[in-house]
Design a protein around this ligand. Structure first.
Ligand code: HQG
Length: 181
């Protein structure tokens, strides 16, 4: 099994296009595991329950999670469709980071960080992760988010089970450039 390939296929189905294999996700993004496995097999290479468990357990960014009974699965974050993940609002660390690339910076400084096609803006608590996220698109630029000030102003933050911090938007006044390590 090519684990990366399976992870990408699961991301596509569980975050973006469940209908591509005839699936419907519930409002919180869950789908029944047996239904998912049947749908995958009907629309391409099949996957066993054991293989699915292996992908979920070893995924580098813990992109997927089973529910407490193991009967359902969902993506932990990153959806491009409306989803109510149900994470409880939490007080964020005082500073969070967002990795992007230079070509987006003028627009980000004008409008702030927007969720775009995703359900939320994705932030990380460490610079290295932000740099890696930005680096997917070119030479990374890391922005520092004054999460303490945002929280004080009433912005609601949640943290996905894989440690990614989520917020609806970040207005530009809370952003600065992060220099150095
Ligand atoms: C940029 C991956 C112009 C933003 C990663 C980013 C992450 C703006 C892009 C997760 C903007 C959106 C999410 C504005 C934001 N003007 N550009 N006002 N506001 N942007 O992929 O944060 O591997 O939707 O800087 O590792 O890059 O898929 O978000 O460059 O955790 O699990 O618009 O996806 O995880 O891009 O990445 P994305 P992201 P996975």
């Amino acid at each position: 099994m090519d684990v990366v390939r399976v992870s990408k296929r699961l991301s596509y189905v569980l975050r973006h296009q469940p209908a591509s294999i005839g699936l419907t996700l519930d409002d919180a993004g869950w789908v029944d595991v047996e239904t998912l496995l049947s749908a995958l097999a009907a629309h391409g290479p099949g996957l066993s329950r054991a293989e699915l468990e292996h992908v979920v357990a070893t995924n580098d960014k813990r992109r997927f999670a089973f529910d407490e009974t193991g009967a359902r699965i969902r993506a932990t974050q990153g959806h491009s469709r409306p989803v109510e993940l149900g994470y409880q609002p939490q007080t964020p660390p005082d500073e969070l980071f967002h990795g992007t690339v230079e070509r987006f910076v003028p627009s980000i400084l004008a409008d702030g960080l927007r969720a775009g096609r995703r359900h939320a803006v994705h932030l990380s608590s460490d610079v290295a992760t932000a740099r890696a996220v930005g680096g997917r698109r070119g030479s990374p630029v890391v922005l520092r988010v004054d999460a303490a000030a945002m929280a004080a102003q009433g912005f609601s933050f949640t943290c996905a089970t894989n440690g990614v911090w989520l917020v609806d938007a970040v207005p530009p006044e809370y952003l600065t450039f992060h220099d150095g390590e």
